[in-house]
Write a protein that binds this ligand. Structure first.
Ligand code: AMP
Length: 276
């Protein structure tokens, strides 16, 4: 596996590479990231892993400063999973002096994460658009963990006619249910235990929906009750159409329940599809 830092080098490396798969990441790899790299390896001729802690998508300075980084470890794991290229550009390569263009996705990106993290999705959409143009992959791999990001990226790809297929892989969880996240390393033992209320609440709502509870606010209430048992309050719990991210009031077809909550020093997100 080669580590590449600039656009010219990554373009030269992917030329005549056959079917190119791109895995966008901010590093601090866990099994969620590795599942994307393995999926890319299984279906592409050339696998590029993008590793860039994108400053423009952080709306809290402390979150950016404390974001875990370990490029050597990430490089070793990416290589083990069969990546061909680790594209880890410095900030100046992505945002050179004079950079002044922003991609804004309307609708989907205005709610939930978009409402609670001002500027977040503009940062995401802009860096994803740039990354796709820098690398020119045939397919890009994303995780369902960031469901709203997936919906916003799909919207942007369709709206801007970007020539890439978007593939989405399921959420990878710890054995006890906690969705894997790079930020989990910042939870102490007690917060790590309390954080289980997120996945437990979602699972309880899924079970209630399967047992016939179709009222979206009742399902959201089940999640909130589970959080409250651990003294946690959600920033939002929303029952949504998975493609448009518009609210659903009655779960008469598959819907997504998405939530965000602060646990100790970190803000965690999770989601689960529920079926009537
Ligand atoms: P990040 O490095 O957190 O920006 O995530 C990079 C990619 O990995 C995104 O497409 C995420 O949705 C995906 N990802 C993060 N956590 C998980 C997880 N637990 N399961 C599956 N994919 C994940």
């Amino acid at each position: 596996m080669r580590i590449v830092r600039d656009v010219a080098a990554v373009r030269a490396a992917v030329r005549d590479g056959g079917r190119v798969g791109l895995v966008p990441t901010m590093g601090a790899f866990h099994e969620g990231h590795l599942s994307l790299i393995r999926a890319a390896r299984a279906s592409c001729d050339l696998v590029v892993v993008w590793l860039f802690v994108n400053p423009t998508q952080f709306n809290e300075a402390s979150d950016l400063v404390n974001y875990p980084r370990d490029e050597d470890r990430d490089a070793a794991l990416a290589a083990e999973c069969g990546a061909d290229i680790l594209f880890a550009p410095p900030v100046e390569e992505v945002y050179p002096d004079g950079f002044a263009t922003t991609v804004t996705v309307g609708g989907i990106a205005d709610v939930l994460e978009g409402a609670h993290r001002p500027g977040h999705f503009a940062g995401v959409a802009t860096v994803v658009a740039k990354m796709l143009n820098m690398v020119g992959p045939d397919v890009a791999f994303f995780g369902a963990k960031d469901a709203q990001q997936v919906a916003a990226v799909r919207r942007m790809v369709a709206d801007l006619d970007l020539p890439v297929a978007v593939e989405v892989l399921p959420i990878v969880r710890e054995p006890d249910g906690l969705a894997m996240s790079s930020r989990n390393v910042r939870l102490d033992a007690d917060d790590r235990r309390r954080a289980l209320a997120l996945s437990r609440g979602l699972a309880a709502a899924r079970d209630a929906a399967a047992a016939g509870q179709a009222d979206a606010s009742a399902l959201a209430g089940i999640v909130a009750d589970e959080l409250a048992k651990e003294d946690l309050a959600a920033e939002y719990v929303a029952v949504l159409d998975p493609d448009t991210f518009t609210p659903v009031t009655t779960v008469d077809r598959p819907a997504l329940i998405a939530l965000a909550a602060r646990v100790g020093p970190v803000r965690l997100i999770d989601n689960l599809e529920v079926h009537p």
